[in-house]
Design a binder for this molecule. Structure first.
Ligand code: ZN
Length: 326
């Protein structure tokens, strides 16, 4: 249940049923003309109940808050329109808005992503199955709703607090962290998580997701963060965690190169099946489709990184990708 972080700032956990992320930490900043809610939960009955039951403890109902989104993912943005009602404002980065904000853009984006997955060996029947197993499609906020776009460095006032947007592309093309300098506190969204490593996947139209992500870890290293507020699970020492995440991706990159060396011509789907994952499944065939999708997306992000830096070669053979060591 609601936990006070500091004066007028509360963490309201929202359980994400069936997700390995377990729960989303939304943060409520009270005071001022309007209250500000950072992230919301999936647009599902259980998240809706968890969020609005907790907001009710503060005397707040739908329409009583503005919503500030760290990024477009449905577990963060799903309830944004319900929370703001007809009077509140939704804030999101300009970059994420270009995917989040319009149904047409979203459909185009999905079609191009599915096509990339197909070329990387993801079975067609599993791509089709994603339409009904993926909450990013079934539990997302309605699109084409009014929202305000934020830029890097922009400043927002929430009650007695000043939040500065820190653009941290990687987890999504326009992921934002929010920095409160006076309190040495940063809302981290999914940029830095402490108990799990944030999913880094490829994004159509956003080259080098992993390279951007690693650069964005360096961006926030410059901040003297004493209180780190991640969007999932527990917190910790941010600078130490940045080192841990960089080391994690280094190991992953080495593992990727080694597997391609041993299996010239392999595609991302088969490569993902040979990588080690922290998932409870006996083998690659038994991975749930959603988890396979994340695993292959993450594998592609690592392959793209290596290809861009000349460490691997990607060839298209009969419309299908094949990777080779240089
Ligand atoms: Zn996310």
């Amino acid at each position: 249940m609601a936990e006070q972080i500091m004066k007028n700032i509360y963490r309201l956990p929202v359980t994400l049923e069936g997700s390995p992320l377990k729960e989303l930490n939304t943060y409520l900043i009270c005071g001022g003309k309007r209250n500000l809610l950072i992230d919301t939960g999936y647009r599902t009955e259980s998240c809706r109940k968890a969020l609005f039951d907790q907001l009710a403890l503060f005397g707040l109902g739908p329409g009583d808050v503005d919503v500030l989104l760290t990024h477009l993912h449905a577990d963060h943005s799903g309830l944004a329109t319900e929370a703001t009602g007809s009077t509140g404002t939704i804030y999101i980065s300009k970059q994420d808005s270009s995917i989040f904000g319009s149904e047409y853009a979203w459909q185009q984006y999905r079609a191009r992503s599915d096509e990339r997955m197909r070329r990387e060996g993801f079975p067609q029947e599993l791509i089709a199955a994603m339409s009904y197993v993926s909450p990013s499609r079934s539990a997302a906020a309605p699109r084409n709703v009014p929202h305000v776009c934020l830029q890097d460095g922009e400043v927002l006032q929430a009650g007695e607090y000043t939040l500065q947007c820190v653009l941290t592309p990687g987890h999504t093309p326009g992921h934002l962290c929010f920095w409160m300098e006076e309190q040495k506190t940063m809302f981290l969204g999914d940029h830095v998580l402490f108990d799990i490593s944030p999913n880094i996947t490829y994004w159509d139209g956003f080259e080098d997701a992993l390279g951007n992500y690693l650069q964005s870890l360096e961006t926030i290293r410059a901040y003297d963060v004493q209180t780190a507020l991640p969007a999932h699970r527990g917190s910790g020492q941010m600078h130490q965690r940045i080192d841990g995440l960089i080391a994690h991706h280094d190991r992953r990159l080495q593992e990727t190169v080694a597997i391609v060396h041993e299996n010239p011509g392999i595609n991302a789907y088969d490569l993902a099946g040979k990588m080690r994952w922290r998932i409870r499944a006996r083998n690659w065939q038994e991975f749930p489709t959603m988890q396979k999708w994340f695993a292959v997306g993450e594998t592609i992000a690592h392959l793209d990184y290596l290809v861009l830096r000349g460490q691997l070669q990607r060839r298209e053979i009969n419309g299908m990708a094949a990777y080779y060591a240089e």
